[in-house]
Design a protein around this ligand. Sequence first.
Ligand code: PLP
Length: 393
Amino acid sequence: MALMSESKTVARSASSVQPPKRLLYGPGPSQVDNRVYKAMAKPIVGHLDPYFFTVFEEATKMLKVVFGTENPLTFAVSGTGSSGMETAVANFVEPGTKVAVFANGYFCDRITEMARRQGGEVVRFEKPWGETFGDDEAAEFIQRERPQVVTYVTAETSTGAFQPGKAICAAARAVDAVVIADCVTSLGAMPINVDETGIDIAYSCTQKGLSCTPGLAPITVSPRAWDRLKTRKAKVQSWYLDLNLLNEYYFQTPHKYHHTASATLLYGFHQALSLIMEEGVEKRWERHHQAHLTFIKGIEAMGLRLHVAQGKRIWNLNTPCVPEGTDDAKVRKILLDEQGIEIAGGFGPLAGKVFRVGIMGPFATTSNVRSFLRHFANALAASGYQKAQAAGR
Ligand code: PLP
């Protein structure tokens, strides 16, 4: 009785959800198109309903185009980007597996941690945050260590640096290692070309380059990696992320119940991918590239430097350096309070040193970038940075 009256009081005092208007210019989540929200408002069907698999099959077809792969085992794990990372690591690392990690940022460290938790023997090639690995040194590292698994992060969101993968994948193949590539920030905004690059397992998220809501982790697994999975000595330690079980649920008929996958998330994912197909994936990459170049030009006109060297930058996640004497938290607060604009700061070794600005999805246009730069210049000027004042006028 007491509980019932308490629940009535709580219900009376709870407001309906009214999110503030936000312009998402951070490292993710990125802005979501209204058509995606509309798709997500449609009635759900069950996770074994034939309609669920119709939408699923269409979505995976589109996902293959975005990944640049013909791998049959291409789908989305129920969970955020980290669940994609953990699926890759848990299935391909078992006690004693030698794992080579290219380590130049926070997410490479997360992969390291996951690999160690699986009992992997991790060897790391380390570089300062913001640097990338050259082809020759990457190949030498792999030849020297002769690992069974190689991992690298294509777009290191903590630093703004983009790591090309061709040399890494070729060297890995030469020692018979499988390659795991983190494409969490890059997918949908920059070319990944999984098959052409030679990546065996690529995973991503839905809330960055795909401009959907968070909640799913697209993943693709090459037939070569699938064969490798069959040679494991130990069972996959994670039941929820076991690719053998997920394969039985998503791809075998009759579909075998594994977990209650969300139709709502699937609808949104399908719609976000449809928007990419409508635009054309190459056109979308080029739009992000052009928006990035406009952004760089504007930032340099303000007298700011970029943390990552030219030619090594992620297109959809930029890391301008915080000018000497400027409080980056103050700039971010002004943008959020006065314009509803979200950007992020640096962390770890880059705390207080960089801003992290995402120009992704619907916001990756010249006019949006210019509008963002005006507000950014004003916020810098209000925080005491002088050159921005001139550039913002
Ligand atoms: N990998 C990279 C490169 C990321 O940027 C992120 C998130 O920002 C993740 C993995 C983890 O993704 P999530 O936060 O969706 O779990």
